[in-house]
Design a protein around this ligand. Sequence first.
Ligand code: AMP
Length: 195
Amino acid sequence: MRLILLSPPGAGKGTHCAWLTQETGVAHISAGDLLRAEIARGSDLGRRLAEYTTRGDLVPDDLVFDLITPVVAAAVRDTGGYLLDGFPRTMPQALRAKQVGVDEDLSADAVVYLTAPEPVLVARLLARAAEQGRPDDDPAVIRHRLTVFTESTAPLIDHYRGRGLLLEVDADRPVEDIRVDLRRILADRGLLPEG
Ligand code: AMP
């Protein structure tokens, strides 16, 4: 299974990647986690990345691409697929990913788009802030990240719909209902076993 999860912050990408990776054995690759790991290392690159992430801005496409491409290639080699959580997030990233996908046989089978109204997303992110204390889960930064999604990432929805890859799932429901729905949709595509 090679899946892209394209959703606004707070829609539940991480939650659904957790059971999907357990059931399928393919690697869960979170772009945000990779960036946070680099920042935690305290490298020069990490310091550059933190300037963007703490503001809730996207880091420049080239930096994300260089960090994530080898990880995706290794995931396909070692686990037979990937769950890409938080990448691509801009049209240039999506177009370059498409090219690399074709060149290096890493193309995605489908793109899951989890949707929920903005107030629901904000409430979930504020709850997560209280639990995890992520520096970019502060109320002003949360609002900014949702604006960044609308401006930079939302155009990917039509892009993937046009390529026949988009699987849209209403994420404003209990997690278990979303999970049942997602499982059925992926089974319909032949990406999970029936039943
Ligand atoms: P996330 O954990 O997916 O919410 O990502 C946290 C932060 O990492 C985002 O707000 C961005 O600053 C940065 N980030 C994650 N993925 C990307 C990406 N594909 N392109 C640019 N910046 C990203």
